[in-house]
Design a protein around this ligand. Structure first.
Ligand code: ADP
Ligand code: MG
Length: 233
């Protein structure tokens, strides 16, 4: 198996003073290229933090994180940001669109900042891919939740990342709309051969992944992970 992401003994605490929390405790895992990995666990178990570490958005205190074989540890902030920009697309529960920009601008401007000369043409094509060719000049406030999430998905996919991470991407959507987003997420993943890491509360959604990892208090629950991955839970 060619590895897209590898974590070895990752530890991470966040917060200051009395508010400091030891969130990830000796987490080791690897994700194969093109694999869809589901990440489940109770609220507060460290799923979002783990996802941020796997995306290179949060740095571990100890342990090793490799993406496509590159150890992220030695990279300085600029190098890490550039690496992430090229390799990783991120979708959040709460969309994170800029309210003062149209759908087209929300997708095109980050591409432009990353140096793509064809940013607007590319953004338009991505928005058409997610079925939003008719919403290019709409602002986020003028779109439904599902439409906003599709803009966020187009933005994440536009740089053609090898890794797509999604943190409860259907958490703010009704069931039918959530289903559309999930179908789109898996279709895009398959069409582009990307690796997908999906944090979800929804067992049905976790079952669509090739494998599932269950976290409990910042530790991988091996038994539960195996049961979920083999469809016994
Ligand atoms: P999950 O996504 O599984 O709900 P999180 O990764 O968001 O869990 O958070 C795990 C734990 O770490 C929670 O108890 C949360 O309150 C705490 N936490 C998350 N981020 C910070 C932070 N920046 N500072 C202090 N504690 C944090
Ligand atoms: Mg979370």
């Amino acid at each position: 198996m060619v590895k897209a992401i590898e974590l070895e003994n990752v530890d991470l605490s966040l917060g200051r003073g009395a508010a400091r929390v030891h969130i990830l405790k000796g987490v080791s895992l690897s994700v194969g290229k093109g694999e869809a990995l589901g990440l489940v666990g109770p609220s507060g178990s460290g799923k979002s933090t783990l996802l941020m570490v796997m995306a290179g958005l949060e740095r571990q205190d100890a342990g090793v994180v490799r993406i496509d074989g590159q150890d992220l540890g030695p990279l300085d902030e600029d190098a890490l940001a550039r690496f992430r920009g090229r390799r990783v697309g991120i979708v959040f529960q709460s969309f994170h669109l800029l309210p003062t920009m149209t759908a087209l601008e929300n997708v095109a401007v980050p591409l432009e900042l990353a140096g793509h000369s064809d940013a607007f043409a590319r953004a338009k094509a991505e928005l058409e891919q997610v079925g939003l060719g008719h919403r290019l000049t709409h602002y986020p406030a003028e779109m439904s939740g599902g439409e906003q999430q599709r803009v966020a998905l187009a933005r994440a996919l536009a740089p053609d990342p090898a890794i797509l991470v999604a943190d409860e991407p259907t958490g703010n959507l009704d069931e039918a709309t959530g289903q559309q987003i999930v179908d789109l997420l898996f279709r895009m993943k398959t069409e582009r051969g990307a690796t997908l890491i999906l944090v979800t509360h929804d067992p049905g959604l976790a079952r669509r992944c090739d494998r599932t990892i269950a976290l409990r208090s910042g530790v991988i629950d091996v038994e539960r992970s195996e049961a979920l991955s083999s469809g016994r839970a």
